[in-house]
Ligand binder design. Structure first.
Ligand SMILES: [Mn+2]
Length: 386
């Protein structure tokens, strides 16, 4: 296999892309984003601070668009940057261009010696190394990285008051931080250090979270101000494992993180009924909360889909919508992403005794969509609390 060695695709914003390669950026989309500034993107925006996300394929690009739009809807004053991998299709990039201030193509295969060295030692860490690329955004003094599978529920600009590396605890192992949301300071030096570390030590979980936790290994103990409250990275797995806390604090949530293999875009949506389909088909133990899932789809339908329809024009693409007549939507499991959840997936639903259910629950085999569903547990709790 020959590898194109045309150097790292330079970091270009939409107007630059248009200037260098006008055929790549359909004039109908990018100029709207760059030449006519958005009304909701004030000029006095803090131009040296940015929210950064990453999309490695067209599905994650949809997630990035929903995230970007959720940040816009809550009137962020910071810039929005999307890093995209080379596999993200042109129309998806164009759609990203109309939400984000910068859409930067990152091809780690073509990005300099340190990256090559790291990749040669650990070729499995390609996506991780792409994510670490966010440290090269040195035209910003401080950034907040957010996974494309997160959704913002209120303004979170206060995160920029925090220092590198600030992050929220991971619900699975709270002495580790979850790398879905973190504050960092772009720096070439730090980028090189991280890559060197990555090449030498690899990742204990196969992804960026392992690398970053090993590198920033005093996070758990050194400085409490670098611990973001959990409401900045609320994962649905935590909702089900500590339901009373969710009932008490859940309404304060500012960022929802759709952890796990099944992502919001893997479901389908019935626009007529306003229902997410395929939800009951999933037995992922990190099952997401239906309300947040619905919120994701509503935002996608209202703000993202029109952009995609515009950029894809006559080219077919997966909208994720189902006909109202179909009973169950398709569910496509995205196996490329997150590491497998810690606990084994629950067995297929069947009638079990309450004692057996208790044992299963204690063994971590929780029937999230059946007997142990959020609605059932809530009903039970309510009966106790009354
Ligand atoms: Mn994630």
């Amino acid at each position: 296999m020959t590898r194109k060695m045309w150097g790292l695709i330079p970091v270009l914003d939409c107007s630059q892309l248009l200037r260098f390669c006008p055929w790549q950026c359909k004039p109908s989309v990018c100029p709207i984003a760059t030449l006519n500034p958005r009304v909701d993107s004030p000029h006095h925006a803090m131009s040296d601070q940015a929210f950064v996300t990453l999309a490695t394929n067209d599905n994650y690009a949809k997630g990035a668009m929903v995230l970007g739009q959720s940040l816009r809807n809550h009137n962020t004053t910071r810039k929005l940057v999307a890093l995209v991998g080379p596999h993200v299709a042109e129309p998806s990039r164009d759609a990203l261009c109309s939400i984000f201030d910068e859409v930067l193509v990152v091809d780690v295969m073509d990005s300099g010696d340190v990256v090559h060295l790291a990749l040669m030692k650990r070729p499995d860490l390609g996506v991780t190394i792409t994510k670490l690329h966010c440290w090269t955004l040195t035209h910003y003094s401080k950034c907040v990285f957010m996974d494309a599978d997160t959704l913002v529920l209120s303004n979170i600009d206060e995160l920029f008051e925090r220092e590198e590396l600030s992050a929220a605890p991971d619900p699975g192992w709270p002495d580790c931080f979850n790398s879905g949301v973190f504050v960092f300071r772009p720096s070439k030096e730090m980028h090189d250090k991280l890559l060197k570390f990555c090449g030498e030590h690899g990742s204990f979980d196969g992804g960026d979270q392992g690398v970053l936790n090993s590198f920033f290994n005093t996070w758990a103990t050194a400085d409490i101000s670098k611990h973001l409250p959990f409401i900045y990275n609320l994962s649905s797995i935590a909702i089900y494992s500590y339901l009373p806390a969710f009932k008490q604090y859940g309404h304060d949530a500012k960022v929802v993180h759709f952890l796990g293999k099944v992502k919001p875009w893997n479901y389908s949506y019935d626009t007529q009924k306003g229902e997410v389909k395929g939800h009951s088909l999933s037995h992922d133990s990190s099952q997401m909360h239906p309300d947040y899932l619905l919120m994701w789809w509503q935002l996608y339908t209202k703000s993202v889909l029109p952009l995609l329809q515009h950029t894809y024009r006559d080219t077919p693409f997966k909208s994720g919508f189902v006909e109202a007549s179909k009973d169950e939507g398709e569910l496509h499991v995205d196996v490329r992403e997150q590491p497998a959840p810690l606990c084994a997936p629950p067995p297929p639903p069947q009638k079990v005794s309450s004692e057996e259910r208790k044992q299963r629950w204690e063994a971590g085999q929780i029937d999230y969509m059946g007997d142990d569903s959020f609605a059932n547990i809530e009903r039970k709790l309510d009966s106790f609390l009354k």
